[in-house]
Design a protein around this ligand. Structure first.
Ligand code: SAH
Length: 349
């Protein structure tokens, strides 16, 4: 492991402190920061307006991390591209580039693996390995932009991992991302998705970041939800809904709900009624996704089943849409590519 400081995870004030400690004038930090976050330099030797002696010094003290494209799957039915990135320590995460309206949206991972244990999700099968560093989240954007030759205008934290379980690094990543001295992306274009870690939802609300919050619901009763999402035993629906209302009250941003339709499990009339009751009065929007088949799991649903459930909800006055399926031909479900890469690694060893 590299012992040098991970410079892409450092804020501008931190960089300023570090460089003044090396005896450098204050403006140097802004220069270096711009090279990193705006000009996307991958090596200190590219920073041509920095004296070469300082460049060598920087190289000795800091590292600019990078990701390696281990696999790249381009859809042949639409513009979706799925990347399997190898991290500096040899672990893998997935990133998905999607064409949306007039721009490009990226779905990034926040952890290697996941602790949450949702029964239908591939990301959790091999367990949790480690949190991603802020730099490793930023680099998923930078490397993808470099590879695709496109600029990313929207971001969703919906890849591998639970962002609220890596809260500190995610908050730091968002600060770096939106810093006007850096990339300056508006957090209005960022959605963070959570399985429902209540205290973190409240903390995020208090920070008034402008983020959109998406909550993975998947079942409208405590018994049903606890059976597929262990997190529900810790933070049951009553507490979750209260936290979502708090988020809306504090930020004025409507929470969206994710609901993976699983045939025969959560798509009946009684489920629709319970969901309508749960969301009553919130003007909430429900994103329905026919559950992606994960080969270790038996859950399944057709698009038609999701549409039928949508109609049930609409009849009960709940606004719902079936999410557009992008990259259906490369749609190894969330976490599946990484899982496959790990299995292959093990098999070939
Ligand atoms: N941990 C966060 C974000 C990552 S998962 C969360 O739980 O929200 C992104 C979304 O994909 C979540 O809504 C998750 O429940 C959903 N998901 C996971 N596996 C799925 C599958 N097999 N089919 C459909 N959606 C799935």
């Amino acid at each position: 492991m590299d012992e040098k400081r991970d410079i892409l995870s450092m804020t501008l004030p931190e960089l300023r402190d570090a460089l003044t400690a090396l005896g450098e004038p204050k403006f140097r930090a802004s220069q270096v920061y711009r090279w990193l976050h705006q000009k996307k330099a991958q090596r200190f030797s590219q920073m041509l307006d920095i004296p070469s002696k300082l460049r060598d010094r920087l190289d000795a003290e800091f590292c600019i991390k990078s990701l390696f494209i281990a696999r790249r799957l381009a859809s042949s039915v639409d513009d979706t591209v799925k990347y399997l990135y190898r991290l500096p320590d040899g672990q893998h995460v997935e990133t998905v580039l999607m064409h949306y309206h007039n721009g490009w949206r990226l779905c990034i991972s926040t952890q290697v693996g996941c602790k949450m244990g949702c029964a239908f999700c591939a990301s959790t099968i091999a367990g949790f390995v480690r949190n991603l560093e802020p730099s490793e989240m930023l680099l998923q954007i930078m490397e993808t932009e470099r590879d695709a030759g496109e600029e990313i205008s929207g971001l969703v934290l919906m890849g591998i991992g639970e962002p609220m379980d890596n809260f500190e690094n995610v908050i730091r990543f968002l600060a770096l991302l939106s810093d006007p001295d850096g990339r300056g992306m508006s957090l209005r274009h960022v959605t963070i998705s959570t399985c429902g870690i209540v205290p973190r939802i409240r903390e995020l609300a208090d920070r008034k970041t402008g983020l959109t919050l998406a909550v993975s619901l998947h079942n409208p009763t405590n018994a049903g939800r606890s059976a597929v999402m262990p997190v529900n035993r810790r933070y049951p629906l009553e507490e979750l809904m209260e936290a979502c209302r708090y988020y809306f009250d504090k930020t004025g941003r409507r929470v969206t709900y994710e609901y993976a339709v699983m045939e025969g499990e959560n798509d009946g009339e009684s489920d629709a009624k319970a969901l309508a009751k749960l969301l009553h009065g919130q003007g909430a929007h429900v994103n329905l996704i026919p559950v992606n088949k994960v080969k270790e799991r038996s859950y399944h649903a057709t698009r038609r089943a999701a549409q039928q459930f949508m109609q049930r909800l609409e009849r009960l006055g709940v606004h719902a849409t079936v999410r557009r399926t992008l990259g259906s031909d490369i749609q190894a479900a969330c976490g599946q590519l990484r899982h496959e890469a790990d299995t292959q690694d093990t098999e070939s060893r």
